[in-house]
Design a protein around this ligand. Structure first.
Ligand code: GMT
Length: 378
């Protein structure tokens, strides 16, 4: 049976980050499946390369005001959504990241007396940090209570959300997925990409990619690497940019390892760049999922990652990585050395790394979202 075409509004953060990649890719794939999609963000999301025919990007205009301390994003999103929802009669509004989009969407429904259903996907700090902030929790909880469906990107995040916002909520886990369009780098490309950063084929390379927010504990990465350097010849490549980057550069300099730590900044197709590495480091203090781990696995790069949040749902100890204690660079350094000291084990883990990706395929996860939408509108 032919399934009904759905009219869906998706709202996402425009800046660098996993939630934006997930929401944008979801929007593109749904449009490719024949649904009519409007994607809302304050600027064109970086993962939106070429919009398919059924996808319209809507820029949320943030009015400049000298009166307030920042642009009123919540209201601008509300007003834009409400206007488009009336005109296009959306079946569903799907907010990615609860703050402020879940709240904006629920206000839009009430302001415009809209009949559309509301789906909210929780991504991480909208629970772990903002959910625990007294000024934020009540309005977010209000939107969650009124939503027709709530999803969280890992079981751990779902459990934390129930604890934070109330056990009475019905929250289902729909995991993140690997964006499959990036082909694996070839050995020749790996050689060239390494050479472009001054790294030879034989060197041990540790990689990291993030937005350098405090929660990523990028300074722990430098500290752990410093400990590895005492016994091993290696390089560390830290892709991305963000608030802690300068501090990391200073720390590498202070520890006398700045010639071994490379900061290429933001790179296109970051997932492919991870393929130059032997181990992908993610030492976050908290992490609801860790999309970057899937990107590494797709390039046969296992990980040393902290045992926090949803990371243990993605990292199978000894198969695609090793887990270490959070905020403990000594432990992280030990785990990295353990892999570098055992090349056959590291080789085996590189081969095994992509196995877990079957669970997190685009096809599997897209079908779960589509099934959820149909369960709400049928
Ligand atoms: O929650 C955040 O801090 C931002 C958010 C983002 O926009 O990327 O990151 C979260 O969502 C990603 C996609 O679901 C997850 O892969 C990240 O693990 C998660 N970050 C944290 O939990 C710190």
């Amino acid at each position: 049976v032919e399934q009904k075409q759905l009219k869906i509004a998706i709202i996402c953060r425009a800046g660098m980050g996993g939630s934006s990649i997930m929401a944008t890719t979801l929007a593109m794939r749904l449009a490719e499946r024949g649904h009519l999609i409007h994607l809302f963000a304050t600027k064109s999301p970086f993962a939106l390369d070429k919009a398919p025919e059924n996808l319209t990007f809507v820029k949320i205009d943030l009015p400049a005001t000298e009166l307030l301390s920042g642009p009123p994003e919540t209201l601008a999103t509300t007003g834009t959504l409400e206007r488009f929802a009336r005109e296009h009669e959306f079946d569903i509004i799907h907010s990615h990241y609860a703050v402020p989009y879940a709240v904006s969407a629920e206000i839009a429904r009430q302001v415009g007396d809209l009949k559309c259903k509301l789906v909210i996907t929780l991504h991480g700090t909208d629970v772990s940090q903002l959910g625990r902030t007294p000024s934020m929790r009540p309005p977010i909880k209000w939107a969650l209570k009124n939503a027709d469906a709530i999803t969280a990107v890992s079981h751990n995040l779902r459990d934390m959300a129930l604890e934070t916002y109330g056990e009475e909520l019905n929250i289902q886990t729909i995991n993140n997925f690997l964006v499959e369009k990036l082909p694996k780098i070839t050995p020749e490309e790996r050689k060239e990409m390494r050479a472009s950063l001054g790294i030879s084929e034989a060197e041990n390379v540790l990689v990291h990619a993030s937005n350098f927010r405090t929660v990523k504990r990028t300074d722990d990465i430098i500290d752990a690497f410093y400990r590895v350097c005492r016994t091993h010849d290696a390089k560390l490549v830290m892709f991305g940019d963000g608030p802690q980057k300068k501090h990391c550069q200073y720390l590498a300099h202070y520890l006398g390892i700045s010639d071994k730590v490379i900061f290429p900044g933001k790179v296109k197709q970051c997932g492919r760049w991870l393929g130059i590495g032997d181990i992908n480091l993610l030492l976050s203090a908290e992490e609801s999922f860790g999309l970057v781990l899937l990107e590494g696995f797709a390039q046969n790069v296992p990980t040393v990652a902290t045992k926090v949040g949803g990371i243990p749902e993605v990292v199978i100890e000894g198969e695609n990585g090793l887990l270490c204690e959070a905020t403990n660079p000594i432990d992280a350094g030990r785990k990295i050395r353990c892999l570098l000291n055992n090349p056959p084990k590291l080789r085996e883990m590189k081969e095994n790394a992509p196995k877990i990706l079957e669970e997190f395929s685009e096809e599997a996860i897209m079908s779960q979202y589509e099934a959820l939408y149909y369960s709400l509108v049928d």
